[in-house]
Every structure is written in C-alpha cells, then in structure tokens.
Design a protein around this ligand. Sequence first.
Ligand SMILES: CC(C)(COP(=O)(O)OP(=O)(O)OC[C@H]1O[C@@H](n2cnc3c(N)ncnc32)[C@H](O)[C@@H]1OP(=O)(O)O)[C@@H](O)C(=O)NCCC(=O)NCCS
Length: 198
Amino acid sequence: MTVSPTSEAIAARLAALEDFPLLQGPRVRLRGPRDDDAPALFALFGDAQVMRHWSRPPMQDVAEARALIADIRKSMQERRLINWVIADGDDALIGSCTLFAFSAVHRRAELGYALHRAQWGRGIAREAATLALNWAFDHLGLHRCDAGIDPDNQASRALLHRLGFVTEGRQRESFFVGDRVTDSELLGLLASDWRGGR
Ligand SMILES: CC(C)(COP(=O)(O)OP(=O)(O)OC[C@H]1O[C@@H](n2cnc3c(N)ncnc32)[C@H](O)[C@@H]1OP(=O)(O)O)[C@@H](O)C(=O)NCCC(=O)NCCS
C-alpha cells in the first residue's frame, strides 16, 4: 500500500529542491529555462493559435519572453510554481509545462502546458505531462492534481481525459480570454487514479 506523505513532508521536498528537476522522457525532456530559450519561447507565446484559449494576449516582442524567463526563475526560487521548458532531442524549446498553485496543506497543484503548433498531434504534450505528473505524484507525493480549461479547448480536454483526468464541474464566466468571458471546465486527477491507470 502506498502511504501518502504528510503536508510537512511535501513542503520540505519542495523547499529542498536545488533547481528545476530534470525529467527525461523518450522524446522530450523537462528542464529549467535558459537565456537562449527566449526566441523559441516568444515563438510559442506569440502565436495567436497557441494563445487562443489563454487568459492573456499573444506576446508582441521577444523582450516579453525574456521577462517571462526571469519571472519563471523567480517563481521557482520562491517555490510558487515549477514552469519547465519542454525540450526536444536537440534540447531546443518546443513547449512549456507548469505545476502551479501548490498547496502542501491540501497536497495538490494545478497543471498547465502549451506546445509549438508544429508539434501538435504527435503525443508530445502527453509525454511531457506524464513526466510532470510522475514527478508530482511519485516524487513530491501530491494527492491530487487540478486543471482548468476553456470548455471550447477540445485538444486540452482530450489530452487531460487521455491522462485520466475527470471533468468534475464548470464555473460560469470565470475567466477572460481577451474581451470574451468564458466558463471554466474543472478537471481533477487523484494519485490513486494515476497509479491505477498505469
Ligand atoms: C493542448 C495541447 C498542448 C495538446 O498537445 P498535443 O501534443 O497535440 O497533444 P497530444 O498529441 O499529446 O494528444 C493527447 C491526446 O489528445 C488528443 N488531441 C490532441 N489534439 C486534439 C484535438 N485538436 N482535437 C481532439 N483531440 C485532440 C490526441 O488525439 C491524444 O489522444 P490519444 O492519445 O487518444 O490519441 C496543444 O494543442 C496546445 O499547445 N494548445 C495550445 C495551448 C493550450 O491551449 N494549452 C492548454 C491551456 S488549458
């Protein structure tokens, strides 16, 4: 039987991280951001198609990507979130995968991700999210992982359901995508679902 770690143990594991955990999969790795990732990060978050369901507008300038890299590092230092770069076999940035809204007390976090359009539909996001979830459940010892999506985001819902997330509810008009307000579909994955599904 798997014994869940205490909330103190989870907080201690987070605090003990020296840097971004390096997670290697068959095709992609999750790593911390580098300064020279800025152009590829801008290509990702400057793409209106990628940003269609996000709550902020596409980036206009590579300087915004540089500022985001600085922010990601600061957030990691403060253990507020872990925003990995999804890197390909050449270690080039092809996407972003984040665990955020950590609650050690409630032993949960939220998952988010985005991928360069050229990489969609190849199972890459599934591989990257699997690395993050393995780490979240097996290393950190979380009990639950949440995700929230624009209900029109078919790709994200399909990915989450494929990973074993269950749609648990819907908040009405809870976030703005540009000037359009959308509902938020709420999904959850328990550690027991994750272990049972593998
Ligand atoms: C969501 C996103 C990361 C999915 O990436 P991806 O690498 O194409 O996803 P995968 O190839 O790993 O697909 C996982 C599953 O979802 C399905 N799927 C992917 N895109 C789909 C789509 N457009 N419509 C229906 N199903 C889709 C796949 O068929 C796969 O299911 P399977 O394993 O049963 O075949 C990508 O579309 C993206 O970056 N979107 C923009 C950013 C975004 O919206 N992020 C989420 C914010 S909540």
